[in-house]
Ligand binder design. Structure first.
Ligand code: GDP
Ligand code: GDP
Length: 453
């Protein structure tokens, strides 16, 4: 589900205190039973995401329920902590209150905070089946968030109306987040950076995840594998939100021992597909294994940005030698990983982990790089002069010019007579040149060829 969720859809976030019916509303809007609903306030759940179709508009819906438990002191503090990162990416916030309970101090507090976030808010008074709660609903005006929309998520009353109201408040359809630029195929979603942590079993992925989550700590669901596709966790750094994808894959630890190794690769594939940047985590005390290379090759094949994380650095004796040996092995086994950013740390003690997210951001930038056609062809002419294209079947290839078709990952098209016959060695020469000249370390580079006549 999350795999094909489009990143440029408008984001609608459901917020409110525990037990007002956020998950029930989420289920109603998404139309499938995805979130787990429970009577116990604050039952620990993962944040749910789903796609909903509202009056013909597709939206990405985020349910913040269940994160309440994961943080500070007061109820308001917990509500805020759980919603902050989601609200930061929201195009619209559905703020839910319980129409039967009326406005509570926590609601009022949260509303005051929400008003300051400068996000469109739709106030929803839930549990209003049979219009029982008119007086309480009126009270909701005091929140300063406009007129409340009374409905019953559980009984399905007022849902169609709500859908219309949401649709009316959203910016026009997908594509609105297209980056400006001269190339119309360029698409750079403004949503959170999507990050996956992959690696072999016991490399320390879960420990790293917990370390990154810090205060928010790892949220465990009631049943492994139950809603694994829709689970996501948001982190925040100074540049904005980062979405950790497939944390369920991490959590759902090898139940079946015999296929442990296989599972880690297949779980990695799923995570990779959802991610933009991949942190390939190694147990540095063990060096590089064939399976690590296998995962790295998948990252390359899927065209993702990659950061190499050397974990358990606290347990490494000769750090210089270890770092060199690992870098050497990776670069020699995987030409496309040349210059890959490497971060060494201890997820266990936390030492060095603060370097990880800045490195991830940098890798993301590289992966998003654009080279202008002018720069590209100035370099290209020089490259042709330095090394003339080889003869193929006794005839010289006539390579004419190059253009960058897209980024994410950087993809170039080479035009020329019989360009499609480009020998591998010359292709490597050009790719290495592109990598060095335009500072594209550690990112997959695609070079396509187009024959012209
Ligand atoms: P959340 O913690 O905000 O996600 O709340 P849940 O969706 O888990 O709902 C909390 C409780 O309120 C559950 O027992 C639901 O069955 C109940 N509930 C949800 N919506 C309604 C509603 O429209 N009317 C009534 N009476 N109960 C509701
Ligand atoms: P996963 O299978 O990749 O999720 O690995 P875990 O996070 O479960 O970690 C596997 C084992 O390695 C656990 O016993 C951790 O305590 C240990 N571990 C994780 N990170 C570090 C670290 O930085 N240093 C050391 N010495 N041990 C670590």
């Amino acid at each position: 589900m999350a795999e094909n969720m489009q990143n440029d859809l408008p984001v609608v976030v459901i917020a409110g205190r525990p037990n007002v019916g956020k998950s029930t509303l989420f289920n109603r809007l998404v139309g499938r039973r995805q979130a787990i609903v429970s009577d116990t306030p604050g039952v620990t759940r993962d944040r749910k995401e789903g796609e909903a179709l509202l009056r013909g508009k597709r939206v990405r819906l985020i349910d913040t329920a269940g994160l309440e438990e994961a943080a500070p002191d007061t109820l308001f503090g917990r509500m805020r902590a759980s919603s902050e990162s989601a609200v930061s990416i929201a195009d619209l916030v559905l703020f839910c209150i319980d129409a039967r309970a009326g406005v509570t101090p926590a609601d009022a507090h949260f509303a005051a905070w929400l008003r300051k976030q400068n996000k469109p808010v739709l106030l929803v008074a839930n549990k209003a089946e049979g219009a029982v709660a008119t007086a309480e609903a009126l009270e909701a005006y005091s929140l300063g968030l406009g007129s409340p929309l009374a409905l019953s998520a559980e009984h399905g009353e007022g849902i169609a109306h709500l859908m219309g109201e949401i649709a009316d408040r959203l910016p026009e359809g997908p594509g609105r987040r297209r980056a400006r630029g001269d190339d119309e195929e360029e698409e750079r979603p403004a949503g959170p950076l999507r990050l996956a942590i992959v690696g072999r079993p016991n490399a320390g992925k879960s420990t790293l995840l917990n370390r990154l989550l810090g205060e928010e700590r790892m949220i465990t669901g009631p049943e492994p594998g139950l809603t694994r596709d829709s689970i996501s966790v948001l982190l925040q750094d100074e540049h904005g939100p980062i979405q950790l994808v497939d944390t369920a894959g991490l959590r759902r630890k090898a139940r079946i021992e015999e296929s442990l190794e296989k599972m880690s690769v297949s779980a990695s594939i799923e995570a990779l597909k959802m991610a933009e940047v991949v942190v390939l985590t190694l147990d540095a005390t063990l060096g590089v294994h064939e399976q690590d290379l296998q995962i790295a090759r998948l990252v390359e094949r899927e065209g993702r940005a990659c950061v190499l994380a050397l974990n358990k650095w606290d347990a490494v004796e000769d750090r210089t030698a270890t770092r060199n040996a690992i870098s050497y092995r990776i670069e020699n086994s995987l030409a496309q990983m040349r210059g890959i950013p490497v971060v060494a740390f201890s997820a266990l003690t936390g030492a060095g982990v603060n370097k990880l997210l800045p490195t991830v951001r940098k890798a993301y930038e590289v992966w998003n790089s654009r080279v202008t056609t002018g720069e590209l062809n100035r370099w290209f002419e020089e490259a042709l002069e330095r090394h003339a294209p080889p003869l193929v079947d006794g005839k010289r290839l006539k390579l004419r010019y190059m253009t960058q078709a897209k980024s994410r990952p950087p993809t170039f098209i080479l035009f020329g007579t019989r360009a499609e016959m480009l020998p591998d060695a010359y292709r490597r020469y050009l790719v290495n040149g592109l990598r060095e000249t335009f500072h594209l370390p550690g990112t997959p580079i695609r070079l396509q060829t187009r024959g012209t006549r």
